[in-house]
Design a protein around this ligand. Structure first.
Ligand code: NDP
Length: 286
C-alpha cells in the first residue's frame, strides 16, 4: 500500500519558510515583494485560481495587485499594461493567467513579460535557462513536483523516470529537471507506441495529460513513485487525476492524491518565484 504524498503539508512547510523570508526582507530593507495578477475575461476556473493565488500571497505577506480586464480587450492594450508593469518598481512578479481569449496571441503576451519578472517561468528566456541548467525562473508546477519528490526522499540518480505529457508548462520542463537530477528520462505523448510498456518501466512516473484516470493501476511498476498532475472534473462534480488512484496505490510505493497533491505545490512555487524576483530586484538595486 502506497504512502500518500501530502502536497498540502509540504506546501504549508515551504510557505512558512517563504513567510519568514518575506518578513525578513521587509524588516531589514523595507522591501515588500509585489505580484501583479492579470486576468482577462470571466472564465470561472481562472477566477478561482486567481483568488487562491491572491489569498496565498496575503498569507505570506506578498502584496498582490489585481488587473481584471474584459474578454474583449484588444491585444495591444494588454501588451501596454504588461509594459507598464515591467517598469513598475513595486511589482517584482507578473502573472498573466491563462488561457487568454482566442483573439490574443498568448505567446506574444508571455514574451512581453520582462524575464526579470517572469515568475511563471513561461518566457522563452526562462525556458532556455532551464534547458541550459542556468539560474532563471522555473515553471511552478514542475518545480513543485521536484520539491514533492525531494520531500519524500525519492532518490533520482540512475532511476528510470517516465513523464507522460510533453506540454511546455509541465511535461517538458519536469523532464529536464528530472534529467538534471540524473534520472534516465523518457517522455511519452499521444503518439507513443506502447504507453503501457513505457509506464511499466518507470521507477518514477509523472503523468500530466488531462485525461481522467487514464493510466491504469496495473500498468504501474510495483514500488514506483507516482506523481499525478492531472486535474479532471468528473460528471459527479468530483475532481480526479490522470491516474487510476485506487488501483495504483496498491502497487506504488508513494503516490500523490488529486486534489491535495501537486496543486498546492504549484501555488507555493509561485510565491517562491515572486520572493526570488523581489530578492533579485533588491540585489540589482544595491
Ligand atoms: P496539455 O493539454 O497542454 O498537454 C497534454 C499532454 O498530454 C500533451 O503532450 C499530449 O500529447 C499528452 N497526451 C494527451 N493524451 C494522451 C494519451 N492518450 N497518451 C499519452 N499522452 C497523451 O496539458 P497540460 O500539461 O497543461 O496539463 C495536463 C494536466 O495537468 C491537466 O489535467 C491540467 O489541468 C493539469 N495541470 C495541473 C496543474 C496543477 O497545479 N495541479 C498545473 C498544470 C496543469 P501530444 O503532445 O502528443 O498532444
Amino acid at each position: 500500500m502506497a504512502a500518500i504524498i501530502d502536497g498540502k503539508a509540504v506546501a504549508k512547510e515551504v510557505q512558512k519558510q517563504i513567510k519568514e523570508e518575506v518578513e525578513g526582507l521587509e524588516r531589514r530593507w523595507g522591501w515588500v515583494p509585489g505580484l501583479a495578477v492579470v486576468l482577462v475575461g470571466d472564465d470561472p476556473a481562472s477566477h478561482i485560481y486567481v483568488r487562491n493565488k491572491e489569498k496565498a500571497c496575503r498569507e505570506v505577506g506578498i502584496k498582490s495587485f489585481e488587473h481584471l480586464l474584459p474578454a474583449t480587450i484588444p491585444e495591444k492594450e494588454l501588451l501596454t499594461l504588461v509594459h507598464q508593469l515591467n517598469k513598475d518598481n513595486d511589482i517584482h512578479g507578473i502573472l498573466v493567467q491563462l488561457p487568454l481569449p482566442p483573439h490574443i496571441h498568448a505567446e506574444k503576451v508571455l514574451e512581453a513579460v520582462s524575464p526579470y519578472k517572469d515568475i511563471d517561468g513561461f518566457h522563452p528566456m526562462s525556458q532556455g535557462m532551464l534547458l541550459l541548467g542556468g539560474d532563471g525562473f522555473r515553471p511552478c508546477t514542475p518545480m513543485g513536483i521536484m520539491k514533492l519528490l525531494a520531500a519524500v526522499g525519492c532518490e533520482l540518480k540512475g532511476k528510470n523516470a517516465v513523464v507522460v505529457g510533453r506540454s511546455n508548462i509541465v511535461g517538458k520542463p519536469v523532464a529536464l529537471m528530472l534529467l538534471e537530477k540524473h534520472a534516465t528520462v523518457t517522455i511519452c505523448h499521444s503518439r507513443t507506441a506502447s504507453l503501457r510498456d513505457e509506464v511499466g518501466r518507470a521507477d518514477v512516473l509523472v503523468v500530466a495529460i488531462g485525461k481522467a484516470r487514464f493510466v491504469r493501476g496495473d500498468w504501474i511498476k510495483p514500488g514506483a513513485v507516482v506523481i499525478d498532475v492531472g486535474v479532471n472534473r468528473l460528471p459527479s462534480g468530483k475532481l480526479c487525476g490522470d491516474v487510476e488512484f485506487e488501483s495504483a496505490k496498491d502497487r506504488a510505493a508513494a503516490i500523490t492524491p488529486v486534489p491535495g497533491g501537486v496543486g498546492p505545490m504549484t501555488i507555493c512555487m509561485l510565491l517562491y518565484n515572486t520572493l526570488k524576483a523581489a530578492k533579485d530586484a533588491l540585489q540589482r538595486r544595491r
